[in-house]
Design a protein. Structure first.
Lengths: 263, 239
């Protein structure tokens, strides 16, 4: 029985995956990632400069494409979801299959585009770190897309929310932290700042990679300050877990909402 | 087979279903009629679990459908407006539903032949006319030999030939002892199909009667006229 259920779920995931992988946008995303990664390694004379460029790609492009593509895909598959709902399939399974399908395809695109050059030019701890962090960030923003597409039926509003989420975490959050730092510069707020970092998946990812890169001072104020705090292996584990939570929590909220949604 | 009791549903402030009670048994062919927006489709979607009622229970084969999904194996549903993934072809949609259901039973492909869908198997869903989409919906509803058929406006948008094909198919299935639930506005089309009538108005079930009793009570020979005379007499009562 249980085996049969898993088989059925796999079938739906397969249908979704083959649909997404045929999509030209995913193909274009993979190509752009590949061009950026290969060229940044080829143009710089040492690989750590190349890594920095790729870091920027991970922190800006990957989240943007993941959240936008997933949101639009979810709205466009409303017919598909409706069709599945009239079939003997659990709601949870439909939503989970969509999530697994979308995150797998985004991770595959990232691995093919940026993962291969990373493995070739930087086959060390930093390279692997970048690959794993990039994969998790893709999944986190797919999860956030699920949240933004379930809160409203209106496609334009949903995409707007998705862009706002990206804008907030990619740009505004850092500015906000910087503002706080300057305002409270006279107080010992470093420890509190570590806590605040956990509120943004992009910052968590940035810190994890910067700790392995020795160029923390170049990458914004937040990065420079937290080197001491996240330097330990405990800090590393904690920040990884926090990143995973950033994927799990938004998705579980959206799952709960999907269970009670009228279609 | 299906028992709906005390079901309420609100969309925001709008009360779509008010204390709906309904019992459907095997072998019946029920017409669900009523003016636009009276809650027919919402009732059907509640039975399918696509709309979750605020309270009340819906029982299918002696089991509540709440948090259940396997009962949908026994239902064939034809939506009012079939919406399918745009880029899929007819063949792919049918193939996909087959893989999802993966039933070992013999498939009922009568309608594929009758509608001559095979010729169009590689047409994309977005290029189809409304009528052809309806044909695909009808095919999918009948494909798995379900015990219950729920047809939401089945003949709307179909050409006379196709709607005749569909009607014949419905009669054939009815004779096998299946429960068939139809909503329609075209009362004249239902004459030779149905055994019972459920009339809904403003989210309430107004009456649920056998066709024979209805015709007897109103001294009419056609369902459409019987309904009209009931509506008229009610208007006279209220004014």
């Amino acid at each position: 029985m249980c085996f049969k259920l898993i088989k059925k779920m796999n079938r739906i995931i397969k249908i979704i995956l083959s649909d997404i992988l045929k999509n030209k946008i995913v193909l274009a995303f993979t190509l752009i990632l590949a061009i950026l990664s290969w060229s940044s390694f080829a143009l710089e004379d040492n690989s750590s400069k190349g890594l920095l460029t790729i870091l920027n790609v991970i922190l800006f492009t990957v989240p943007l494409v993941s959240i936008l593509f997933a949101t639009i895909y979810l709205y466009n598959s409303s017919e598909f979801i409706e069709l599945l709902l009239s079939q003997p399939i659990k709601r949870v399974k439909i939503w989970m299959s969509l999530f697994i399908g979308l995150s797998t395809s985004m991770v595959i695109a990232f691995l093919l585009g940026a993962g291969i050059p990373l493995l070739i030019y930087s086959p060390n701890a930093v390279g692997f770190m970048m690959i794993s962090v990039g994969s998790i960030i893709s999944i986190v923003f797919v999860a956030l897309a699920f949240l933004s597409s379930i809160v409203t039926r209106d496609k334009a509003k949903g995409i707007g929310i998705a862009i706002m989420i990206w804008l907030f975490f990619a740009l505004l959050f850092d500015g906000l932290v910087l503002f706080l730092l300057f305002q409270f510069a006279d107080y010992p707020i470093e420890k509190a700042m570590v806590g605040i970092t956990a509120l943004s998946p992009i910052d968590l990812a940035r810190i994890q990679i910067l700790l392995h890169l020795d160029v923390s001072a170049m990458m914004g104020y937040t990065g420079a300050i937290f080197k001491d705090f996240f330097g330990t292996s405990l800090g590393l584990i904690v920040s990884f877990l926090l990143l995973c939570l950033w994927a799990i929590i938004p998705f579980s909220i959206s799952l709960k909402m999907f269970k009670s949604k009228d279609l | 087979m299906i028992e709906v009791s005390q079901v309420n549903k609100k969309f925001g402030k709008l009360e779509v279903l008010k204390n709906v009670n309904l019992t459907c048994k095997k072998g019946e062919c029920i017409a669900l009629i009523g003016p636009n927006g009276c809650g027919k489709t919402t009732l059907i979607k509640s039975i399918l679990g696509m709309v979750l009622p605020d309270n009340g229970t819906i029982i299918f084969n002696e089991k509540s459908i709440k948090n259940e999904y396997l009962y949908r194996n026994n239902i064939g549903y034809m939506p009012q407006i079939g919406r399918y993934p745009d880029t899929m072809t007819i063949g792919q949609v049918i193939e996909m539903i087959k893989t999802i259901r993966s039933s070992n039973e013999v498939l009922d492909e009568d309608l594929i032949k009758a509608f001559e869908l095979e010729k169009m198997f590689d047409k994309q869903m977005r290029t189809l006319s409304g009528g052809t989409t309806q044909k695909v919906s009808a095919t999918l509803a009948f494909l798995f030999n379900p015990d219950v058929l729920i047809l939401d406006e089945p003949t709307a948008g179909l050409d006379p030939l196709a709607s005749e094909v569909l009607k014949e198919k419905i009669i054939k299935e009815k004779e096998k002892g299946k429960l068939i639930l139809i909503t329609s506005h075209l009362l004249s089309e239902l004459d030779d199909l149905i055994t019972e009538i459920v009339f809904m108005q403003e989210g309430e079930v107004h009456f649920h009667k056998k066709v024979a009793t209805l015709l007897e009570e109103t001294n009419e020979t056609k369902i459409s006229k019987a309904i009209a005379s009931i509506l008229k007499s009610k208007k006279n009562l209220t004014t």
